[in-house]
Write a protein that binds this ligand. Structure first.
Ligand SMILES: Cc1cc2nc3c(=O)[nH]c(=O)nc-3n(C[C@H](O)[C@H](O)[C@H](O)COP(=O)(O)O)c2cc1C
Length: 423
């Protein structure tokens, strides 16, 4: 039977028959139920950090609602008994047109954090983009991934030596591309975090790439990292010191009496990102590596053009899930003009608001070569660790494949703007 060749049919059958065979799945399929189930597992600080966005969250909402400006027009009788969801990016073939987005501080979602995601992504052969703000360093994540694909996301530090060190380490870890995130030279104004007075980095969370880095460790010992006066001892400052000691490499008790955890946080705050960055700085990064470099956070056609002129290999149309500039254009709305401007010169990826196979289909039809999945896998991680992330990958893969097949497309190349109509 030809239809048995479809991954999506098998996934549906596994889900429908799973409970009869005594196999329970660990996560809900619907995105809203997934988020609600994750919320129940999370502290209020964690949920605020992961679900929250900038300002009044208008952009976060339009990242979703703007998908409705496009409708799919399915075509019939095309023999879709076999469908190929593979895509090629930078000379590598990937089984599906989506990657796992860089998400910082994953230990807030689950104690296995990045390691669980690394293992799940490796088993499903879907690339994982390691975050600069990871809870587990890239060497540890790579060590559990075998030959499966991984990329590295970079925040450009005030120290170019640190930038170089991160890139070298990413190369040694087998990363296949560098994603330079441009939209977070400063943290956006996020009321949900501000109202809880909670920023994980100040507790030493999400800085594992830094504390494991030789250049960063040196910076800690220079004037940049001088620890200032010890903080006044209050209940909150004691809790913060304990967290810092827990999150710093080495033994908890020795960390508790050492200045290093506090010094690391202070050094991180001073060097994590560089608001003075300009287009001219990109030549430095270009000179460091032959790996493909993608610019993440592009929302404007002129910026897309500049990326090509500066010899960048790809762009990611993204507004960081609405976490940076509230009122910014939604990623799906920006995509269509940007893809006309780029006109196939370099690959375009897109994220911010992808919640279904249909969203993926629309993004690809509007010119994306692939998309990134963000919050959905983070919620799955919170609910069920590695197993949850694997299931969410399988669900998105099945949903995408079915949307493609039922719309009459046998391969990703066949998905183009003619498959959509605008509202
Ligand atoms: C909790 C959280 C942490 C994130 N951390 C990073 C990060 O470290 N680096 C980065 O480039 N983007 C980061 N992002 C942005 C994602 O890579 C991606 O652009 C975003 O999640 C897309 O929006 P969506 O998840 O709503 O679809 C983060 C997003 C969230 C929700």
């Amino acid at each position: 039977m030809a239809s048995e060749k479809l991954f999506s049919r098998e996934r549906q059958t596994n889900i429908f028959l799973g409970s009869l065979r005594g196999k329970n799945r660990t996560i809900p399929v619907s995105f809203d139920k997934l988020r609600e189930a994750a919320k129940k597992k999370m502290s209020k600080e964690t949920y605020a950090y992961i679900a929250g966005s900038a300002g009044r969250e208008v952009t976060k909402k339009s990242n979703r609602t703007d998908f409705n400006q496009w409708k799919i027009t399915p075509r019939m009788l095309n023999d879709v008994s076999e469908c190929n969801t593979e895509v090629s990016l930078f000379g590598q073939r990937y089984p599906v047109p989506f990657l796992l987005a860089p998400i910082g501080v994953l230990d807030m979602a689950h104690p296995d954090a990045d390691l669980a995601v690394a293992k799940a992504s490796a088993e499903e052969n879907v690339p994982f983009v390691f975050s600069s703000q990871a809870s587990v360093d890239m060497e540890a994540c790579s060590s559990v991934m075998g030959d499966s694909p991984r990329w590295f996301q970079l925040y450009w530090s005030t120290s170019n030596d640190l930038v170089e060190s991160f890139v070298r380490r990413a190369e040694l870890c087998g990363c296949e591309a560098i994603v330079l995130t441009l939209d977070t030279t400063m943290l956006g104004w996020r009321p949900s975090d501000l109202d809880l007075d909670y920023l994980p980095f100040l507790r030493g969370r999400g800085i594992a790439q830094y504390t494991s880095d030789p250049v960063f460790r040196e910076l800690m010992n220079t004037s940049l990292g001088d620890a200032d006066e010890p903080p006044k001892l209050t209940w909150n400052s004691i809790k913060a010191l304990i967290k810092m000691a827990k999150n710093y490499p080495g033994g908890f008790w020795s960390n508790l009496v050492s200045e290093d955890p506090r010094r690391a946080v202070k050094t991180f705050i001073e060097c994590y990102s560089r608001p003075s960055l300009t287009w001219d700085d990109l030549s430095f990064l270009r000179s460091l590596t032959d790996l493909p470099i993608l610019l993440k956070g592009i929302l404007n056609t002129n910026d897309a053009r500049k990326a090509i002129e500066r010899n960048m290999d790809g762009i990611i149309v993204s507004n960081h899930g609405g976490r940076q500039v509230d009122g910014a254009v939604s990623a799906i709305e920006a995509l269509s003009d940007i893809s006309k401007e780029v006109n196939g010169d370099i690959p375009i990826l897109m994220d911010s608001g992808i919640r279904s196979g249909s969203d993926m289909f629309k993004a690809i039809a509007l010119g994306a070569d692939a998309v990134l999945l963000g919050r959905p896998y983070t919620y799955a991680l919170a609910i069920a660790g590695k197993q949850g992330v694997q299931e969410v990958i399988q669900n998105y893969r099945a949903d995408f494949e079915l949307t493609m097949a039922l719309s009459g497309c046998r391969s990703v190349d066949e998905i183009n703007v003619d498959r959509l109509q605008s509202v």
